[in-house]
Design a protein around this ligand. Structure first.
Ligand code: OTU
Length: 646
């Protein structure tokens, strides 16, 4: 083992030396050259090892490596002085994303603001909320009509003309950074649209591009793969392949038929996509969301998901960023089994990751009014590297997938299959007595699998409550919203608010009238946010006002206490099936104990749970009231306590 490593290190150094002699570095300034060489010195051996592992058996490996180093040099040249300063800043404070002031929002440019220029005008709104991380949904050129909400990219370097121009994007990026808001962009690198120039070239048989995607002439080939691959969009088409009439070939399409999977077994694809990635980095974003990253490596007779070489690839991309744009971090979008989610998280891979397990199980606990699965699962999976951070969320632009660990559920007496069916029924209103108003997504008749769509407010019961004008139901829904928000804001990680959820926006069914959207129920939770919506949340007494105010109050508390930032999270047992509790422990010794009631009945907990605070006198940060340590603590319906020692 060590011998192989030693050899690779030696070979990497020798290779780098040769490459540097061959490529033109004359366009780099003296400073840039120094930086470039220093970063290569640090990162090239690892990059070489990864790429050798992926592509070492290709006869033209060296050629591609040389091209890559040339691209990296060009990336440094293209990076602005301002961004280079940001690189230094971030390198000196690498854990910036764990700060207690971090607060994210995910938004569609058009739905949230209209276009990029108008979005600039919304910066004061974002600032008033406390947002300092803004994820803009894909804003690149994409096919007319259905483009999977922009996730079918036709050109990574061209802004969707509906939204503006590259100049507008740069202006926005500057304006955001001037206000201390980190821009996060999508890196849709598993696939391109079938209208991307690479796809167009492949269609007409341009040799260089036929290996950019996975094409198959024999049906047997795709039948083989379909035996082991999970179907992601089964209502679009069965299996993972699309037949191209004109070419008389199948093409790999994990998602929609117009989204062609890139072939990363081809080193030219790695290089080409690295170029696109560096372009995005040089626009000034500080985070790249790695879309559908679980699918990027394929091998026959496997699930073609979460394969070891997918990790190698992401680490290689990460090393390229370390060399050119170290201010930029990766966010993993792995909506998969929790053990697999964890594998993408690491300083050298993805520094940030969505937390789909907690998201799904908060909804699970709301439905069951029980917290055993949430508690046991987070006890097992919440802790990650202290150099990394969760991005916690309640809702996003997608569906809710029930990605919990079946074997752990089994230990608690829960059958995974039946439970998912129950959850799907509950959240799509098919379960009697359910408060939720959601819509099914991608029901698979073969497996019974299904996911759920709907806005935070509609899934928690606000839509039904308002419709029936039932104050009791409205109050419960508002409490459920606060409960979920409270966990998102305090458990540890960057809380990500999905646009409109801060305003208590309900489902939007207008997608049913749009033929390019009606088949994709995720549009139910992608409403246009109008001025009226914003105003309604300012109208004292409205349900929406309550949603916004209670969220804002939590944000304000979060910003005042470091314990919400770089601190350890301990998931606690409450010995009450309806309660969920955790303690945040800051290195200064400061602690915050959160206790949450997931039922509409009052619940009590033995006060020994507060021993962890080591004080008889406590304060609930949420209500700013003193709490005395008596034998039992009482929590009202859906009540949450944020206890600290007085
Ligand atoms: C992502 O999600 C995006 O978030 C979606 O909006 C896109 O449609 C999709 O990729 C394709 O670009 O299937 O329903 O198991 O769940 O990566 C959401 C992982 C999705 C997938 C996830 C994907």
């Amino acid at each position: 083992m060590s011998r192989i490593n030693m050899d690779l290190t030696f070979e990497s150094q020798r290779t780098l030396k040769r490459i540097l002699e061959l490529i033109d570095l004359s366009k780099l300034t003296k400073d840039d050259l120094d930086i470039f060489l220093a970063r290569l010195d640090k990162n090239f051996p690892a990059l070489f090892a990864k790429l050798y592992h992926l592509y070492g058996d290709k006869y033209d490996f060296f050629y591609h490596l040389q091209q890559l180093v040339a691209h990296l040099a060009a990336g440094i040249i293209a990076r602005s002085g301002k961004l280079k300063k940001q690189d230094t800043l971030r390198l000196n404070k690498p854990d910036w994303y764990r700060d207690h002031k971090m607060l994210g929002m995910a938004a569609y440019v058009d739905l949230f603001a209209g276009d990029l220029k108008k979005l600039k005008a919304k910066i004061p709104y974002l600032k008033s909320l406390g947002i300092n991380y803004l994820h803009l949904m894909p804003l690149y050129k994409s096919p007319k009509g259905d483009s999977d909400g922009g996730y079918a990219v036709s050109d990574y370097r061209e802004v969707d003309p509906k939204l503006g121009t590259e100049k507008d994007l740069l202006a926005l990026s500057d304006a955001l950074s001037a206000e201390g808001i980190s821009l996060v962009l999508d890196f849709v690198f598993n696939h391109t649209s079938d209208e991307h120039p690479w796809a167009e070239a492949a269609k007409v048989g341009a040799e260089e591009f036929t290996d950019f995607y996975y094409f198959f002439e024999k049906k047997q080939e795709i039948d083989d793969y379909n035996q082991t691959c999970r179907e992601i969009f089964p209502t679009v088409r069965r299996g993972s392949f699309t037949y191209l009439e004109a070419q008389k070939k199948w093409v790999w399409t994990t998602f929609n038929s117009f989204q062609w999977d890139l072939n990363y077994s081809n080193p030219a694809v790695f290089n080409a996509i690295t170029d696109e990635m560096l372009f995005l980095a040089n626009l000034g974003c500080e985070g790249l969301r790695l879309d559908a990253l679980a699918f990027i490596w394929k091998e026959k007779w496997t699930q073609c998901e979460n394969l070891p070489k997918a990790h190698t690839l992401i680490q290689a991309f990460n090393l390229c960023l370390q060399i050119v744009a170290p201010a930029v971090v990766f966010k993993s979008e792995a909506i998969v089994h929790p053990d697999e989610v964890a594998k993408y998280i690491g300083k050298d891979e993805c520094q940030l990751s969505y937390n789909p397990l907690m998201m799904a199980l908060m909804w699970e606990s709301l439905a069951t009014r029980e917290t055993k699965l949430l508690t046991a699962s987070l006890k097992k999976s919440f802790a990650i590297s202290p150099q990394c951070s969760w991005v916690n969320y309640i809702r996003c632009h997608d569906d809710i997938g029930w990605t919990f660990d079946d074997s752990l559920a089994q230990q608690l007496g829960i059958n995974g299959f039946d439970h998912r069916r129950f959850l799907n029924n509950f959240y799509t209103g098919r379960f009697e007595g359910s408060f939720a108003q959601g819509v099914p997504f991608q029901e698979n008749p073969a497996t019974g699998d299904c996911r759920v769509c709907g806005s935070l407010a509609s899934l928690t019961g606000l839509e039904k409550g308002l419709e029936q004008n039932n104050q009791r139901d409205i109050d419960f829904a508002l409490k459920r919203i606060s409960l979920l928000n409270s966990i998102n804001m305090s458990i540890g990680g960057i809380p990500l608010i999905y646009q409109g959820d801060e305003l208590g926006m309900l489902n939007d069914y207008s997608y049913l009238d749009d033929h390019s959207k009606k088949e994709d129920s995720r549009w139910v939770n992608r409403p246009v946010i109008t001025e009226e919506d914003t105003k309604l949340a300012e109208k004292a007494g409205s349900a929406q006002f309550f949603v916004k105010q209670s969220l804002q109050a939590m944000i304000n508390i979060r910003q005042q206490h470091q314990v919400f930032g770089i601190a350890e999270t301990k998931i606690l047992e409450t010995y009450n099936p309806h309660l969920f509790a955790y303690c945040r422990i800051h290195e200064s010794g400061q602690k915050m104990l959160a206790i949450c009631n997931f039922s509409e009945e009052s619940q009590s907990v033995n006060s020994s749970i507060t021993d962890i605070l080591a004080s008889n006198k406590m304060v609930d940060l949420l209500t700013a009231t003193k709490v005395k340590k008596t034998a039992v603590l009482e929590l009202g319906a859906y009540q949450v306590l944020w206890l600290v020692a007085e």
